[in-house]
Design a protein around this ligand. Structure first.
Ligand SMILES: [Zn+2]
Length: 113
């Protein structure tokens, strides 16, 4: 299950971004073509977070739509999975430009009082 090693990296990033302090929440962006199973990623988080600074943290997952670039009119657009037509000119042949991402977008740390 490669989500375990992916989550290990995401946790490392989050913990070092928090400078060793506790982490309340992690926000992760997952593209539809990344091959990552969101449920497996959540499971990996539950398995790996205890004992780290992110123990008990919330995991927010943002799933993105694939993005395309139209070679005919130059538009950049996103469509639901299964539909590739350019909304500007109707060209069916958009080039896939995104959707493989798996990245840590942000973390939340506790407010210091
Ligand atoms: Zn177009």
């Amino acid at each position: 299950m490669h989500e375990l090693s992916l989550m290990t990296n995401l946790l490392d990033d989050a913990v070092s971004a928090a400078n060793g302090g506790p982490v309340c929440a992690l926000r992760v962006r997952v593209g539809p073509l990344s091959g990552v199973v969101v449920e497996a990623l959540r499971f990996a988080f539950e398995a790996l977070a205890p004992g780290t600074a992110a123990e008990g943290a919330r995991l927010d997952i943002e799933e993105t739509a694939p993005s395309f670039h139209c070679p005919r009119c130059g538009a950049d657009y996103s469509t639901p999975v299964g539909s590739y037509e350019c909304p500007s000119c109707g060209s069916p042949g958009g080039e896939l430009r995104g959707g493989h991402e798996l990245e840590l977008i942000s973390i939340e740390v506790p407010d210091h009082v």
